[in-house]
Design a protein around this ligand. Structure first.
Ligand code: LLP
Length: 472
C-alpha cells in the first residue's frame, strides 16, 4: 500500500533505501561523500565551494568534461578506422560555452561548433583555430557571415537558399573560398526514448531532402563556395541508435545521388546523444553508439556501392551535461496539504528558473541530493522549487530527500552542465550565478557571477553610482 505521500510520486521514481545515495550515472566520477557525509566534488567539499563562491553556484568538473570529450574522440576515431574512414568530433558550444571550456575540448582533440556570432567570438577569443570551427544557424546575418568568412571558419552549415546567395556575394567581395555543408531535414525526429520518421517536417531548420539537390547544384556553380557535404541533426537527448540509423540511411540516398555531380567528401550527422538526469535514464556507452552508428553508415554505403565518406559529429550535452552540478541553499520548507489528503513537501532554494529553465521549458526531470551533510531522516517525497514569482518555477519536480532537510542545508542538483547556464536569465532581477571549474582539489572561476549592479546596469534610469550591491 502506498502512503498518501507516495501516491504523488511518478511511477518511475522508486523510494531509495538511502536518500543520501549517489546514483553513479548522474554524477561526475569525482563525486563522493566525505567521512562526515558532506558531498565532495573533485576533492572539494560542497560547503567550502558555497562559502567561497556563494549560492547558487554552477560547478563544472574539468576532468569529467575532458574525459568525456576524449571518450567521444577515441570512440569515433576507432569506429571510423574500423570502417575505412575518419571522423571529426565538434563540441556543440550551445550546450555551454566559455573560453576555458572551449580550450579544454580543443585540448582533447575536438573542434567547436557555434551557432551565432556571439558563440563564434567566444571560440575565437579562446584561440580555437578558425579552421576547426563549424558555424550553424538558420538565420545568420550578413555581418555574422562576413565575420565567419573573413576569419576563415572551417565550415559554414548553410540553412537556406538565401544564405547561399549571401555567401556567394561575400566570398566574391573578399576573394575567399568557403567550405559549406548543406543542412537537410531527414524527416527523422528523435524523442528521448523513441523516434518518429515522417516524410515532411514542419520546422525551421535546413532543407527538405527534396530541395537539397537544387541547393547543392547552386553551391557548385558559385566559385567562392566549396561543397563539403550534407549535415543532419535529428534532435537532442536521444538514447539508442535507431534514429541515427534511419536518418543516416535517408541522407545517404541523397549523398549517393549528389556524387554523380561532383565530390561529396564528408557527412555530418550532428549531435543529440542523451545523458542520465535521473537514476532511471540509462544512456548507451559512447563506444557502442559510435560503433553502431558508423557501422550503419558503412553498411548504407556498401549497399549503394559508394565509398564511406569522412564523418563528423556534434555532441554538446553528452560532453558537458554530467560534468555540471548546481549548488543551492535551502531557504524554506513547507508541507502543503492537498485535497486528496496527500501532503507535498516543497523545498525552496535560492535560484530556480533563472539558472535552470529546463523544467519550465521542457518539463525536464532532474534529481537532487543533500550536499552539506548526510541526512538522517527517512526518504521524503519532495519538490524542489526556486525563488521566482511563478508557480512553474520548479527545479526538481519529484525527488526523495531526507525528511530532516532544513533551511540552511545545501542541495546539489546534478547534470546541470548543459543548457542551464546558456539559458539563464535575469528574471525577477536575479543575478546569474558564477561558474566554477574544479579539478584535483583546486577551483577556478570560469564565468563570473553577476552582481545586482550588473543586473541594474541596463536600466537607463538608474545612476550606477547609486547602486549598492545588496546580497544576492
Ligand atoms: N548540432 C546541432 C545542429 C544542434 O542543433 C544541436 C543542438 C547539437 C548539435 C547538440 O545537441 P546535443 O548533443 O547537445 O543534444 N535546450 C535544449 C536542447 C537544444 C538542442 C539544440 N541543438 C535542452 O535543454 O534540452
Amino acid at each position: 500500500m502506498l502512503s498518501p505521500v507516495d501516491s504523488l510520486a511518478p511511477e518511475w521514481l522508486v523510494v531509495p533505501d538511502d536518500s543520501n545515495d549517489l546514483a553513479p550515472a548522474v554524477w561526475p566520477a569525482s563525486v563522493a561523500r566525505d567521512s562526515d557525509g558532506t558531498l565532495e566534488i573533485a576533492g572539494i567539499r560542497a560547503t567550502t565551494l558555497a562559502q567561497t563562491f556563494g549560492t547558487p553556484l554552477l560547478v563544472i568538473d574539468e576532468d569529467e568534461v575532458r574525459s568525456r570529450a576524449r571518450a567521444f574522440r577515441l570512440a569515433f576515431d576507432a569506429a571510423a578506422a574500423d570502417n575505412g574512414t575518419t571522423a571529426q568530433v565538434y563540441y556543440a558550444g550551445k550546450a555551454f560555452l566559455c573560453t576555458t571550456v572551449a580550450r579544454w575540448v580543443v585540448d582533447e582533440g575536438l573542434r567547436v561548433d557555434v551557432c551565432t556570432g556571439g558563440e563564434l567570438e567566444v571560440a575565437l577569443a579562446a584561440g580555437v583555430a578558425p579552421a576547426a570551427i563549424g558555424f550553424h544557424g538558420n538565420n545568420k546575418s550578413m555581418r555574422e557571415l562576413e565575420r565567419a568568412v573573413e576569419v576563415g571558419v572551417g565550415s559554414i552549415i548553410v540553412d537556406s537558399a538565401i544564405e547561399i546567395e549571401r555567401l556567394a556575394a561575400i566570398t566574391a567581395r573578399v576573394h575567399a573560398t568557403q567550405r559549406v555543408f548543406v543542412r537537410v531535414i531527414s524527416g527523422v525526429h528523435a524523442e528521448t526514448h523513441s523516434f518518429l520518421a515522417t516524410a515532411h517536417e514542419d520546422q525551421k531548420f535546413g532543407f527538405p531532402l527534396a530541395d537539397a539537390e537544387t541547393a547543392v547544384a547552386r553551391i557548385r556553380e558559385i566559385p567562392g563556395l566549396e561543397f563539403a557535404g550534407l549535415h543532419c541533426h535529428i534532435g537532442s537527448q536521444i538514447f539508442g541508435v535507431a534514429g541515427f540509423r534511419e536518418s543516416a540511411s535517408r541522407v545517404l540516398e541523397l549523398h549517393a545521388a549528389l556524387l554523380e555531380g561532383g565530390p561529396v567528401p564528408q557527412l555530418n550527422l550532428g549531435g543529440g546523444f542523451g545523458i542520465a538526469y535521473t537514476r532511471v535514464d540509462d544512456p548507451t556507452p559512447i563506444e557502442t553508439l559510435a560503433g553502431e552508428i558508423v557501422a550503419a553508415v558503412a553498411e548504407g554505403c556498401a549497399a549503394r556501392g559508394i565509398e564511406v565518406p569522412a564523418l563528423a559529429f556534434e555532441p554538446g550535452r553528452a560532453i558537458i551535461g554530467t560534468a555540471g552540478i548546481t549548488l543551492y541553499e535551502v531557504g524554506t520548507t513547507k508541507d502543503v496539504q492537498l485535497g486528496s489528503g496527500a501532503v507535498r513537501r516543497y523545498i525552496s532554494v535560492d535560484g530556480g528558473m533563472s539558472d535552470n529553465a529546463r523544467p519550465a521549458l521542457y518539463g525536464a526531470q532532474f534529481s537532487a541530493r543533500l550536499a552539506s551533510r548526510a541526512g538522517i531522516g527517512a526518504p521524503q517525497l519532495s519538490r524542489v522549487v526556486g525563488k521566482h514569482c511563478e508557480s512553474g518555477d520548479i527545479v526538481v519536480d519529484h525527488e526523495y530527500l531526507p525528511a530532516d532537510l532544513a533551511p540552511g542545508d545545501l542541495l546539489a542538483v546534478p547534470a546541470t552542465g548543459a543548457y542551464c547556464a546558456p539559458l539563464a536569465s535575469n528574471y525577477n532581477h536575479v543575478p546569474r550565478p558564477p561558474v566554477v571549474a574544479v579539478r584535483d582539489g583546486r577551483t577556478q572561476v570560469i564565468v563570473r557571477g553577476e552582481t545586482i549592479a550588473d543586473v541594474l546596469a541596463r536600466d537607463a534610469g538608474i545612476d550606477p553610482a547609486s547602486v549598492t550591491d545588496s546580497a544576492r
